[in-house]
Design a protein around this ligand. Structure first.
Ligand SMILES: NC(=O)C1=CN([C@@H]2O[C@H](COP(=O)(O)OP(=O)(O)OC[C@H]3O[C@@H](n4cnc5c(N)ncnc54)[C@H](OP(=O)(O)O)[C@@H]3O)[C@@H](O)[C@H]2O)C=CC1
Ligand SMILES: Nc1nc(=O)c2c([nH]1)NC[C@@H]1CN(c3ccc(C(=O)N[C@@H](CCC(=O)O)C(=O)O)cc3)C=[N+]21
Length: 306
């Protein structure tokens, strides 16, 4: 069985090339995509993500604005900040970085982001669309992870998939996307009695937990696909910091048929998907402005430009 790496950077570069063209087309019509990132408190993987969001936005010529609020900010204050962005016509996309401090109910905050500016599709009504198989704006990491599985050329119908981790933004949406493609899906979490029992049966294992080295080669079936979503910033022996995934790369590579490395796997494709979604949101806003102000068909209340 050949062991091969799935190159996320290559997949991402192809996506970014098209996105850049779409941004040029929007700007020709005087429509300027602008993404605002909201970070509350401190988290290493969020910092890494934001740095790379900025870099990717520059690559495709999308304006990127970073907002950082202290960990002890109140829900009301962040809500007010988001509402301000909702009514700012120059802002076409808003991303709320996760996690937020425990005293802030994430669902309430996510609900505040206008669904048309919600570039990760995490508003409760947008995330519900996944159940209906409507994927205009899907959670970026979940979409990216399934795209990388597809890039192996394997048929997803009837494929046995195991998803380790069931967060709202990664594990659960991955499970829904896979089900829509005809895969048989098992979802594991911290109460699963023995993850290995499930992961060893799977043709494809997705791991999104946030624990370095959680998935080892002996936990997978020979030839299986490993999609490693984890982003862990660890300290090396010489005191430097390094980014690793949730899979123990060396041991998994020996058993797996395909594996996504960290860095260079899911991360770059997630970033490209975020840029794609930012453009999709801007295009949809543009359509609705035209409908609303140029005497087109009436626009559904929630979708009115604000
Ligand atoms: N590459 C990318 O694009 C992205 C990477 N990430 C990274 O992915 C990882 C996960 O992120 P996220 O989903 O947001 O994290 P969360 O902390 O929200 O979720 C982690 C999940 O792992 C489960 N879990 C915890 N311990 C175990 C265990 N021992 N065995 C099995 N499952 C376990 C938890 O279960 P329970 O809820 O039952 O405790 C939970 O469902 C992080 O490293 C994050 O940085 C996240 C987003 C994007
Ligand atoms: N609402 C929300 N959505 C997220 O998708 C989300 C989040 N919050 N909070 C934080 C985590 C973490 N995350 C990363 C994605 C890509 C890289 C990334 O850039 N990775 C590159 C570069 C790594 C490097 O430069 O070393 C790679 O893997 O190759 C990092 C981190 C998204 N997350």
């Amino acid at each position: 069985m050949p062991h091969s790496n799935i190159n996320g950077r290559e997949v991402a570069d192809k996506l970014l090339e098209q996105i850049r063209k779409d941004v040029v087309a929007l700007k020709k019509e005087n429509w300027f995509p602008k993404l605002v990132s909201i970070k509350v408190g401190q988290n290493d993987s969020v910092d890494l993500y934001i740095r790379n969001q900025k870099r990717n936005a520059e690559k495709v010529d999308i304006e990127f604005v970073e907002r950082h609020y202290p960990a002890d900010i109140s829900l009301e204050e962040v809500t007010a900040a988001i509402m301000h962005l909702n009514v700012d016509p120059s802002v076409t996309g808003i991303i709320l970085q996760r996690p937020v401090p425990e005293h802030i109910p994430i669902k309430a905050l996510q609900e505040t982001i206008h669904p048309m500016k919600d570039v990760e599709g995490m508003h409760p009504r947008s995330i519900g669309n996944i159940v209906y198989g409507d994927l205009m704006l899907g959670p970026c990491t979940a979409v990216a992870s399934v795209e990388l599985l597809k890039s192996t050329g394997l048929k997803l119908e009837g494929l046995e998939a195991c998803v380790i981790g069931h967060s709202e933004i990664v594990g659960k949406p991955i499970a829904f996307l896979l089900m829509a493609e005809g895969a048989t899906v098992t979802v594991c979490h911290h109460m699963t009695r023995e993850v290995t029992v499930h992961s060893r049966r799977a043709d494809a294992v997705f791991v999104a937990v946030g624990k370095a080295g959680l998935l080892t080669g002996d936990m997978i079936k020979p030839g299986a696909v490993v999609i490693d979503i984890g982003i862990n910033v660890i300290e090396t022996e010489d005191g430097k910091s390094k980014v690793v995934g949730d899979a123990d790369y060396e041991s998994c590579l020996k058993t797996a048929g395909w594996i996504t490395p960290v860095p260079g796997g899911v991360g770059p494709v997630t970033l490209a998907t975020l840029m794609r979604n930012t453009v999709t949101a801007a295009q949809r806003l543009q359509e609705h402005y035209h409908l609303h102000f140029r005497g087109g068909a009436p626009v559904e209340r929630q979708y009115r430009p604000i």
